[in-house]
Design a protein around this ligand. Structure first.
Ligand code: FPP
Length: 246
């Protein structure tokens, strides 16, 4: 167990797993082989972060913008989601992890939707960690979906506040991410957790996702532990920030 080694730790980490394609090119492999290596790394990263005692982990595996990739690659990613769910359900049950899939799930095949529902049902009592896989996920779509549901529910305008809005997001009931990590060198959010990441800390690394290993995780967590989170409040004298404002 690595719990207590670094402090403070983020409660919720969200990761943009970028760089599989470049990793594959560097190895002289196909893009799909890169995604497979990326999928294998998911398992290791979940294990390491679980050992650190991280309570919530959200991984972005497929964006609503990814459908325009070549059919072969899209099918490959859908197949990998199938495999990852199979593997992670077993491991989640062994380790007390609750598995959630966030995104426009109703646009996926009936077979995949049933698999997702079953995985969520089987792991629902996991209390040590929540693992969310964002698939067919786009932040703006999520916000629009929430607005549509609020209108459908005929919520009066005066009743719409942040707490209510949170309840209509795919992430209802989950805390906001404290730390958003992006691998692969790009320094942007790309429509990931657009609402939820408003106050998050960001960590960007050029390391490609399949190479994002234990040492890289430790570096990211150490970096986070040095941050001063002020949420709009004042800098605390000689130390960490205070949550006294936005
Ligand atoms: C970006 O790599 C990564 C993705 C498209 C999503 C992440 C996918 C995985 C980690 C593997 C599949 C896992 C599941 C659960 C389906 P990229 O292709 O954009 O890399 P590049 O920028 O180097 O081309």
């Amino acid at each position: 167990m690595r719990e207590g080694k670094i402090s403070p730790l983020p409660k919720h980490i969200a990761i943009i797993m970028d760089g599989n394609g470049r990793w594959a090119r560097g190895q002289g492999l196909s893009r799909l082989a890169g995604h497979r290596a990326g999928a294998d790394n998911i398992h290791r990263v979940v294990e390491w972060l679980h050992e650190y005692g991280i309570k919530y982990l959200t991984l972005w595996a497929f964006s609503t913008d990814n459908w325009i990739r070549p059919r072969r690659e899209v099918f490959g990613l859908l197949r990998l989601l199938n495999e990852v769910i199979d593997r992670e359900v077993t491991s989640c049950l062994e380790n007390g992890i609750r598995l959630l899939i966030l995104g426009q799930i109703d646009e996926l095949s009936q077979r995949l939707q049933s698999k997702i529902k079953r995985a969520i049902r089987l792991t629902r009592n996991g209390s040590r960690m929540v693992l969310c896989i964002a698939f067919n996920y786009g932040g703006r779509n999520e916000i629009l979906d929430a607005v549509r549901k609020i209108i459908k529910d005929r919520v009066p305008a005066e009743g719409v506040d942040e707490a209510l809005f949170n309840d209509y997001l795919y992430t209802a009931g989950l805390p906001e991410p404290d730390l958003v990590i992006r691998t692969g060198g790009e320094m942007r959010l790309s429509n990931f957790l657009t609402w939820q990441a408003a106050y998050s800390e960001y960590y960007f690394t050029p390391t490609l996702w399949p190479d994002f290993d234990e040492a890289e995780i430790e570096k990211a967590l150490l970096d986070y532990s040095q941050r001063e989170r002020r949420f709009g409040g004042l800098r605390a004298r000689g130390g960490k920030g205070t949550r006294s404002g936005p």
